[in-house]
Design a protein around this ligand. Structure first.
Ligand SMILES: [Zn+2]
Length: 337
């Protein structure tokens, strides 16, 4: 048991305000015959010892254990299914019928139930875009003819507009399987671009932006066992930075989504500021991703580039890796933040 912090709070057992400590306990759950250990947060009254699940963490310990189990076995996490379905303009009912499973089953998976093995395979097959097109084309009675036509058009279009630059990036850098180097998510360019647009509103030094992305991805991984963008972070002398970040920012520049501004300092240092031109599309993010991004933005608001750099140098994941090495997300559990 580890105490994180002590505050004053309301104890429902004592029915009054008292000293409340936030404690973390390792608890082991049996998931499909496998012991899965997770950190569970409780708030504990120091007067009567009464413990309740930390209300600020809004999922039950079993869900955490499922999440960890899925991570270990590289199964789809609930929000990956939901995100994908929404990005492909399908309702839950339509997608369930395409898969040939009950809508209640799909609904349970999207809300945290553990999928069985055959459904995992089915989902993976359907989530391959060429398979999806075929499934929809061949489907009967699921969509009206006009809806079917429209949805096929939209899907084909979105395949075409994913411009060749992004294709090249994905082929070159996005092919990595889901591992602890990318936070168990394949590179998601849409989330990456929109996260950059989110953090660069009003302008931010690139060196600070690199750290904000690092903290958003690692903090989300710490809480949900999944990164936001699927980026890999490299250990560079100036702290952890997204691998190949210069290329991503240049791509955003060439798409006209950001602008670069040079900032001159009395010391002779020239800083490069990246500034959002087009507002981010926040619909690509899940509520948990948005919450973490907003928290990171707020918490580091008062930090300049060198302060956040100094802060990131103290991270175990940074200290235990060497120049040029990718920092595994497993260090997220020991994040100072
Ligand atoms: Zn009490």
């Amino acid at each position: 048991m580890k105490t994180i912090k002590t505050t004053r709070g309301l104890c429902t057992n004592c029915e009054k305000e008292s000293e409340v400590e936030l404690v973390v306990k390792k608890e082991t759950f049996n998931v499909r015959g496998e012991p899965i250990a997770v950190d569970v947060e409780y708030s504990r009254c120091k007067e009567c010892g009464d413990e309740v699940l930390n209300p600020a963490v809004n999922h039950d310990p079993f869900e955490l254990a499922y999440r960890e189990y899925r991570r270990k076995h590289a199964l789809l996490q609930p929000e990956e299914i939901t995100d994908w379905r929404k990005a492909h303009h399908l309702s839950q009912g339509e997608f369930a019928r395409l898969l040939g499973i009950g809508i209640a089953t799909l609904n349970r998976y999207e809300n945290g139930s553990l999928q069985n093995e055959s459904h995992e395979k089915l989902l993976r097959l359907a989530m391959d875009s060429s398979n999806l097109l075929k499934l929809i084309e061949k489907s009967e009675g699921i969509f009206s003819e006009s809806r079917k036509k429209k949805i096929l058009e939209t899907l084909r279009e979105s395949e075409e507009v994913s411009c060749s630059l992004d294709d090249t990036i994905m082929i070159t850098f996005g092919g990595a399987d889901r591992t602890n180097l990318n936070g168990f998510r394949k590179l998601d360019l849409s989330k990456l671009y929109n996260a950059v647009l989110f953090f660069s509103r009003g302008g931010v030094l690139k060196s600070k932006l690199n750290k904000l992305l690092f903290y958003a991805d690692f903090k989300h991984f710490k809480e949900y066992a999944l990164s936001i963008t699927g980026l890999q972070y490299a250990h560079l002398p100036y702290g952890p930075v997204p691998d190949n970040y210069a290329m991503y920012y240049a791509t955003l520049l060439s798409k006209g989504l950001v602008e670069f501004i040079e900032e001159f300092y009395p010391s002779g240092y020239v800083g490069e500021v990246i500034k959002t031109v087009k507002e981010p599309d926040l619909n690509v993010f899940t509520p948990s991703e948005l919450r973490i991004m907003a928290t990171v933005m707020e918490d580091f608001k008062g930090y300049n580039a060198s302060q956040i750099q100094e802060f990131s140098h103290k991270e175990k994941g940074y200290q235990q890796t060497h120049d040029g090495e990718i920092i595994p997300y497993t260090y997220a559990n020991e994040l100072n933040y």
